[in-house]
Ligand binder design. Sequence first.
Ligand code: DAK
Length: 258
Amino acid sequence: MTFENILVEKRGNIGLITLNRPKAMNALCGALMDEITLAVDQFESNAAIRVLVITGSEKVFAAGADIKEMATKTFAEAYKEDFVTKNWERVARCRKPVIAAVSGYCLGGGCELAMMCDIIVASDTAKFSQPEITIGTIPGAGGTQRLTRVVGKSKAMELCLTGRMMGAQEALSTGLVAQVFPAAELMAETFKMAEKIAEFPVPAVMMIKESVNRSYETTLSEGLRFERRLLQATFATEDQKEGMAAFIDKRKASFKDR
Ligand code: DAK
């Protein structure tokens, strides 16, 4: 399949997906979301790819779901075709780490897509918003849920009920964003971060991702139990033996992903 709405690229062991619908501010139409689903499938099944990065352009990450595509949809149509649900969850289900590199507008479904990623890094020009209320609807791909878990109830209410834009520094202070970089350095810094993660053993990386995500789904005591079991499981890996031996021998570890 050739991609028409995204660019897909391998850079070493990093898989890069660039949203590329400039005429529509990277609005997330169904075809674009199908393409993201396919690209994530391909990167996930490629053992050479260790980390994924999703980005947009310098001006816009994504201005939300495609309003023109959904404006006249009826409830029956949306329900029958499983609107948005069927091709919007793939990023959240990816087992490899996914970094969203956000510059410019990151609105509505765009912000929800970024929040499906594991880490959001932003340029100092980034603007985040859940503006669905301004077009008479509500966030529908996790905005009321994931945003609330990250920034807390009061801030999530304020953002979703007013639809206002939040700048990069404010997003950093709320914990929505992990780091902010000057726009010109965003991709270089994102790749530096991705390459650092890619140095580490895949099983441990995936276990950390699974364990952190578990904290959103369960009680503290069950989450701690889950974490403990995965920690114990790492002691069955060669990489744990190698990592600790290398520390003691004062040498660089050579991980084998097993
Ligand atoms: N959809 C479709 N086209 C869009 C678009 C969008 N979200 N955003 C921009 N465009 C188009 C514009 O219509 C315009 O097209 P032409 O007029 O040239 O044909 C072109 O992109 C350039 O946009 P502007 O002329 O508006 O550019 P500006 O620089 O003046 O403004 C802007 C940029 C990003 C501030 C502005 O375009 C804007 O406010 N865009 C809409 C932002 C927005 O309201 N986003 C939320 C969309 S609702 C669901 C899951 C998720 C969702 C829904 C359901 N389920 C699970 C059921 C998500 C909903 C949303 O995201």
